[in-house]
Design a protein around this ligand. Structure first.
Ligand code: SF4
Ligand code: MSK
Length: 669
């Protein structure tokens, strides 16, 4: 990989070069200038009290180095890891809390701007939660669901509601090792307590609690966010969209939604199509209003409406540098404060909208779900008013890539058999037969310390060539999408023979975009469904499956990695380890966790080694499950996969038999 390249995305690279010529500073330049402190980078620094900061370095640091209080290097590194998990969990879960509050407000009729779009999903969730739904008013069910979810935050004893969604054997492992989360807030608070000066000093004991916190994220915060978003805004199904900087239009008002929360963005999607708003845009000389997304708010509106995306985390400054963005609205998480300074050199307005997040230099228009449309209209009008102010010429890019998103776990089930026979049988069969070698969750951020998005692309290409099916989320999806990898044609061009056959039969890309970073919970649900389907492992652990976050940067990514590890999935992160200074902590997160949970958390900077480790985990899992040895192009017998035409034929018959009933979000695909 060429070291001089800052982004592997060609369009991004062109904008970076243009920016350097015109003295615009971006994260890429700052990353070059600000080299990480080698002590903090590897987890050997503690600043949990004011006797420090203590640096636990030197020869034999693992055994001999001590902080002023006497804390050892493994203690310090373990505490640092647990705090990262707690911070990531807090971020996802606070998002989930807000979603539950919106659902409650909708159910109680306090906001007229939202409706429950997916009643079937509401009923499915109510069923899992043990809430009666038959014969009841939709809003009554929704209120009970919202209140039940809210219990998960403040519960002091007992278990999170969704723990029971996991395969029984996975739950048993959690109980045996004492990592079943009680309440989300309780686990995060306890993590902060245990890691403060003078409390928990046993690295294994600390890290075990880290896993408990992480499970509160995966089977709590993330899963709750995903489910409520589906209930309120619709469960995604495949949708075509476009990606890259060419999505911005010279003759239209360009408005970007950036961050993570879908509720305001959903309102903006509605408002930009209102005739009087479109007329208002025309009155200012624009042909219309062009809505685009950035980061995970982009993934949310792409999955449900096909709104185009300008890409992931490292593209946010570059988007502004096109000079075409009239307004960028930001909510929470992964928003670089640098965008306000940069915007001053263009005409772009930055609008903060969350009561939790303000940035000096931004306009603050606070979002309130009780008057959601009113706030959305105000923001859209501000974008329109700013259109005539475009003056500075930026680095214009016209190219876009087609992409397909919208692969909810419900749709993945549907596509493997139709509305009445939806199942995970074909996927399990294809894995058993060796047509598909295994499954990889390719997730996580993009990072200016790498040739940004390049490791995602490298791994995606190699994995599908070797018959590994990929499910992707967050900025990993954006990286693949902006490289043109999220289309079915990608399978024809690059996938190995077995995976290609499966993709062609079902009509899917070899990389399935399943959503935003909170939607990693969909991957947990998919793994659970595979375990329940039979023929592979009867728990999430021991599946031929691996998680990879090759360019991670956020604490949220660490929390996600840890909840996959606790759930039974070996996870490999790229880059250096944030706890690499301690051999003992590294051993616990890899060997000990694998022994207890069949999951692990590795950090490996070399992409080739990430690949080798992935194949090793997958092939060993196949061996343990006594599956046919994977050999490219050689498959065992399996059931015939139904193509779309066969599925429709079957549904026609089923529709006649079940007239009046419906599946969850049926789609023609
Ligand atoms: Fe140093 Fe101990 Fe204080 Fe950490 S908690 S800063 S290791 S004295
Ligand atoms: S936005 S957490 S940079 S995936 Fe979800 Fe992307 Fe990572 Fe943020």
């Amino acid at each position: 990989m060429d070291k001089a390249i800052k982004s592997a995305n060609e369009a991004a690279e062109r904008i970076i070069e243009w920016g350097e010529e015109h003295q615009f500073e971006t994260c890429f330049e700052r990353a070059e200038r600000l080299k990480p402190c080698p002590i903090g980078e590897t987890g050997a620094c503690c600043k949990h009290c004011h006797m420090g900061p203590c640096r636990l370095v030197g020869k034999n640091a693992e055994e001999e180095a001590r902080g002023v209080c006497g804390a050892s290097l493994p203690t310090v590194a373990a505490r640092n890891m647990v705090r990262m998990i707690a911070a990531g969990t807090a971020a996802h879960s606070d998002h989930a809390r807000d979603m539950a509050m919106i659902l409650l407000a909708v159910a109680e009729g306090e906001t007229k701007d939202f409706q429950i779009k997916d009643v079937k999903k509401l009923y499915r969730v109510a069923d899992i939660l043990g809430i009666e739904f038959e014969g009841r008013a939709v809003n009554d069910v929704a209120r009970d669901v919202a209140l039940k979810f809210l219990e998960d935050f403040g519960r002091q004893k007992g278990e999170l509601n969704y723990v029971k969604r996991a395969p029984r054997k996975t739950q048993e492992r959690w109980r045996r090792w004492g990592i079943v989360p009680r309440g989300i807030d309780r686990e995060v608070v306890e993590a902060m307590h245990r890691t403060s000066i003078g409390v928990d000093h046993d690295p294994d004991h600390l890290l075990t609690h880290g896993l408990r916190v992480a499970l509160a994220d995966g089977w709590g915060g993330c899963m709750i966010s995903t489910d409520i978003s589906d209930i309120l805004f619709g469960t995604p199904q495949p949708v075509r969209a476009e990606g890259s900087f060419g999505i911005f239009k010279e003759d239209e008002v360009n408005l970007v939604v950036h961050g993570h929360e879908p509720s305001l963005a959903e309102m903006i999607v509605d408002v930009v199509n209102e005739p009087e708003i479109v007329e208002y845009a025309k009155s200012k000389g624009a042909k219309g209003i062009n809505l685009g997304g950035m980061c995970c708010t982009a993934n949310e509106v792409l999955m449900r409406h096909g709104i185009p995306t300008a890409g992931g985390f490292t593209n946010q400054e570059l988007g502004i540098m096109t000079g075409l963005v009239d307004l960028i609205t930001v909510d929470v998480q992964c928003i670089m404060p640098a965008i306000t300074e940069l915007s001053k050199r263009f005409h772009t307005k930055v609008v903060t909208t969350s009561e939790k997040a303000m940035i000096p230099g931004a306009v603050h228009i606070e979002y309130d779900e009780h008057r959601a449309k009113e706030v959305a209209r105000k923001i859209v009008r501000m974008a329109i008013d700013n259109f005539p102010n475009r003056k500075v010429t930026g680095s214009h890019i016209t190219q876009t890539y087609p992409l397909i998103g919208g692969f909810s776990h419900e749709y993945i089930e549907y596509m493997q058999g139709g509305r009445w026979r939806g199942s995970f049988r074909p996927l399990n069969d294809a894995i058993m037969a060796g047509r598909i070698r295994g499954v990889v969750g390719l997730a996580g951020c993009d990072n200016p310390r790498f040739p940004s998005t390049g490791v995602h692309r490298f791994l995606a290409t190699e994995l599908i060539k070797n018959d590994v099916l990929i499910v992707s989320t967050g900025c990993g999806s954006a990286a693949c999408g902006l490289a043109g990898y999220l289309t079915p044609e990608m399978a024809l061009e690059h996938a190995g023979p077995g995976l290609r056959e499966v993709c062609e039969a079902i009509g899917i890309p070899p990389i399935l975009h399943v959503g935003a970073c909170v939607d990693n919970s969909r991957i947990l649900t998919i793994a659970t469904a595979m375990a329940h389907e039979g023929g592979l492992s009867d728990e999430i652990g021991n599946m031929p499956a691996v998680g990879i976050a090759p360019e991670w940067m956020s604490e949220k990514a660490i929390a996600i990695g840890a909840y996959f590890a606790a759930s039974g999935v070996p996870v490999i992160f790229g880059g250096t380890s944030p706890v690499g200074a301690s051999k003992e902590v590294t051993r616990i997160m890899t060997e000990v966790w694998f022994e207890r949970f069949r999951g692990a958390l590795h950090f490996e900077p070399d992409p080739e080694k990430i690949l080798a480790m992935t194949y090793d985990y997958i092939d060993k899992a196949r061996e343990r499950l006594k599956l046919r040895k994977y050999e490219p192009g050689k498959f065992g017998a399996e059931r015939v996969l139904m193509d779309m035409a066969a599925r429709r034929k079957l549904e026609k018959v089923a529709n006649t038999a079940h007239a009046g009933l419906g599946g969850i979000n049926e789609s023609e695909g």
